[in-house]
Design a protein. Structure first.
Length: 252
């Protein structure tokens, strides 16, 4: 039986990420499994106080051989695009938004690198110093993040998938950004789609998809879950709590 762990959207909260990994370590000890991967569903950065620390934490973990998968979220993509030699704005954003819009969180991310975005500055006036403050290793890491991960009957993507499109034909735009079309679909996608991107009050299993973004970027808890087959448990101080299917699971 396939077992995997997954962690919801992080958004610069290193303390919550460390706590999630501690819960996973406790569950590993209970079930005696040191091999199951831990999938980070994306959005390492923005809004929280320590995006720099989060990126370094996952880089260090993978470097020492931890079986961690880290996926690209839309916020990670926005940061990487802005910090290119010639800054870019993600075309999936509203026309009057950019990474430094007050609702996005880029200002807080740059603050974790010691960069103050002063009011009235134009991009060309501070972009060179912002780019210099973020280590090239961090910029390259974000650029190289995968947008999905497949493990047997599980398919992990930050935002979800476009229904009706073969998994091998999904685009990064959709894997990082999709919402409405995916959320409204009761299609059998084949594998269980594990995603974040859109906060929910609690980890929710819809039968064809599993949403694990519980709003860490908005001051709420960060979810850590264990998945065995298509069954899901949320991890907490008292161990596992069963996540029931909100709708009847499909017959296969």
């Amino acid at each position: 039986m396939t077992r995997a762990y997954a962690i919801g959207d992080i958004h610069g909260h290193l303390d919550k990420l460390e706590a999630a990994h501690a819960l996973i370590a406790e569950d590993r000890a209970r079930c005696g499994d040191d091999a199951a991967p831990v999938v980070h569903i994306g959005d390492l950065v923005d809004r929280g106080p320590n995006s720099k620390g989060v990126i370094q934490y996952v880089i260090d973990g993978q470097a020492r051989g931890e079986n961690w998968v880290v996926l690209k979220g839309n916020h990670d993509r926005m940061m990487e695009m802005f910090l290119r030699e010639h800054p870019m704005v993600d075309t999936q954003l509203l026309y009057d938004y950019n990474w430094l819009h007050a609702r996005i969180g880029g200002i807080e991310t740059l603050a974790s690198y010691g960069v103050e975005v002063r009011e009235g500055l134009r991009t060309f006036q501070f972009h060179p110093s912002a780019r210099a403050a973020v280590p090239e290793s961090h910029r390259a890491y974000l650029a190289g993040l995968p947008s999905f991960y497949r493990l047997d009957d599980l398919y992990f993507a930050h935002a979800g998938i476009r229904p009706g499109v073969a998994l091998e034909d999904q685009t990064e735009d959709d894997l990082c950004w999709i919402r409405k079309e995916f959320h409204q679909s009761d299609t059998n996608h084949g594998p269980l789609i594990v995603h974040g991107h859109t906060p929910v009050d609690e980890v929710t299993h819809y039968g064809n998809r599993l949403n694990i973004d519980t709003g860490a970027g908005h001051g709420k808890d960060m979810a850590a879950v264990v998945i065995e087959g298509r069954d899901v448990w949320q991890l907490g101080p008292d161990g596992r709590r069963d996540v029931k299917h909100e709708k009847p699971i499909f017959n296969f």
